[in-house]
Design a protein. Sequence first.
Length: 149
Amino acid sequence: MNDRNYQAIVAGFVGGCLSVLVFHQLFIWGMTQAGWMNGTVYSTRAIPPFGVPQIVSQAFWGGLWGILFAFVVPRLPVPFDGVLGGFLFGLVCPTLVAWLVVAPLRGQPLGNGFHMPGLVTTPLIQAVFGLGVMVFIALICKLFNWKWS
């Protein structure tokens, strides 16, 4: 594995964690304040099976998604190889995984039943998360003078 791959892993993981803590959570807060959803931000509720706080679990999984973003998005065709690609990748990929994989694993119906407002809010939250991942990856790469792609 070369230095660029290590840099992508680090920038992606840190960017994903930070995007959860900033973009994802603040967007949920904003939508809750607007009355579009009932969300709890920065929750410290213990999450099974290990009992870690929910925000720590979300940041960890955001970091893993960030690594995937760091490797996939730069390889998309122009103009999707940056922030726009992160937004669209976030809109589609984490949303589909949440609806089609995570929900059934938790004993919930596919797509959590595909009810409103979740049918709209979930993709929007994930899209804003994806935008944040790309913003933070770009900032990290600029800060450390890393080539991203």
